[in-house]
Design a protein around this ligand. Sequence first.
Ligand SMILES: [Zn+2]
Length: 151
Amino acid sequence: MKIREQMEHVPCNLCGADDYTVIYEAKYDPETEQDLVEKFKSSGDELLIDQVVKCKRCGLIYTNPRLNQDLIFKGYSMGEDPTFVSQAKGREITFARSLNYIEKHAKKGKILDIGTAGGTFLHVAKQRGWEVYGLEPNKWLCDWGKKRQFL
Ligand SMILES: [Zn+2]
């Protein structure tokens, strides 16, 4: 399937406007035959190839067009990602720094991590006294996270 057929045009997620300036040109030919779903996963060492735009109304910077959301979910919910989980210790350090900042501005309570991957952020937050919740479509990452982080 051609890349163009797997992409969808999206308005600004913040304000709904459909008026933008291209700030980074796409690095692919939309007429190329390639199955993007097979390439899609939570970690990778590939450079950004998508077009990036800036909303003229609110200034949000986002990817447009993007891979069709049904294909994102299909690709992301399947498969394994050992590269991502191999980086867990480094992520714990980064997330602890993030929580230092968050805790300067918010009282500890409940925290929801949407797209929590293996739950490393929630693991660090739980150790610091937060009541943690996460959403993750990838079954393999969920299983890994439950075994490693929350037993
Ligand atoms: Zn906007």
